[in-house]
Design a protein around this ligand. Structure first.
Ligand code: SAM
Length: 296
């Protein structure tokens, strides 16, 4: 293991390619696809992610999948607290030591929680996150993101690195070819925009896909209720509309409404053309449509 590179007092020594390899070797980590383990070994990339997140001293950052600590170290440089949720017990157990080695003045800013981010809830965390900043495991990126936005309302901002195609989907506008369930559901929580692209070469192992950054800013004053019952109602209409995205909404929403005629009447009541397709509706229109179902 190479010695930590010199860092200014009170600052973290970020991980480069040699350090990432050496840590993985020392911990006996063989990156798996199943857990989306592609580790960043480029200091500029992690600094860029932290800058794009717009987090500062007062923030409590939830990081999902800290891995070997590349992004964690960059976060510890600028925020007072990082709560890192890692599913891999080997990675979770070694992270505090890596931080002690490479950022000895910053160790008390870190809490590591060994858990599945898809199941974690606010009460499992030793603090109240104000931001989510993560290089997400790509195979579960959207479910993790939506789960955390739903479960942890204190998160005001999310800056996540995901597969480029997923970044495009999340930030797509109605009518776009890639607008779909992730776009509409992310738009339920806040405004979504792309925040940059990341090439493959900053990762080890090198992934097969390009990456992208997405930022979600939660609505400061939510335009609709944010409780679980409301969300479930709205999400079930979204799922039904996109399950048959080539069909008109009148046809696609037949089983959701009970019949095509009832779907048509709810669509009309919501001011939506029954011949429209799901990919043309805004999140607000889905909310309006869900409110036409008797149970809301
Ligand atoms: N943040 C590190 C970096 O940028 O180098 C690692 C990012 S890597 C793309 C994804 C990380 O998420 C891995 O450390 C992996 O073990 C972890 N992970 C995968 N599935 C997870 C889950 N369901 N909950 C929490 N962590 C998960």
């Amino acid at each position: 293991m190479s010695e930590p590179v010199a860092a200014a007092r009170g600052q973290a020594a970020l991980l480069g390619p040699a350090e990432v390899r050496a840590l993985a070797e020392r911990f006996g980590v063989r990156p798996t696809k199943q857990l989306g383990q592609n580790f960043v070994h480029d200091a500029n990339t992690v600094r860029r992610i932290v800058a794009a997140a717009g987090v500062g001293r007062e923030d409590v950052v939830l990081e999902v999948g800290p891995g070997l600590g590349s992004l964690t170290l960059a976060l510890l440089d600028v925020v007072d607290r990082v709560i890192a949720v890692e599913i891999d017990p080997v990675l979770a157990s070694h992270l505090p030591r890596t931080v002690a080695d490479r950022a000895p003045d910053l160790t008390d800013r870190l809490d590591v929680v060994e858990a599945d981010a898809l199941r974690v809830s606010a009460t499992d965390l030793p603090g109240t996150p104000t931001a989510l900043v993560a290089n997400l495991p790509y195979n579960v990126a959207v479910p993790v993101l939506l789960h955390l936005l739903a479960e942890i309302p204190s998160i005001r901002t999310a800056l996540v690195m995901v597969q480029a195609e997923v970044a495009e989907r999340l930030a797509a506008e109605p009518g776009s070819r890639v607008y779909g369930v992730p776009s509409v559901k992310a738009g339920y929580f806040g405004t979504v925009r792309r925040a940059g692209s990341v090439g493959r070469q900053v990762f080890w192992p090198v992934p097969q896909v390009e990456s992208g950054l997405v930022r979600i800013d939660r609505y400061p004053t939510p335009p609709w209720p944010q409780d679980a019952a409301h969300r479930q109602r709205v999400f079930s209409v979204i799922d039904a509309a996109f399950a048959q995205r080539r069909k008109t909404l009148r046809a696609a929403l037949g089983s959701w409404a009970g019949s095509a005629a009832e779907a048509e009447s709810r669509l009309r009541a919501a001011g939506i053309d029954p011949a429209a397709r799901g990919e043309t509706l805004t999140t607000g229109e889905y909310v309006e449509l869900a409110s036409r179902s008797s149970a809301l």
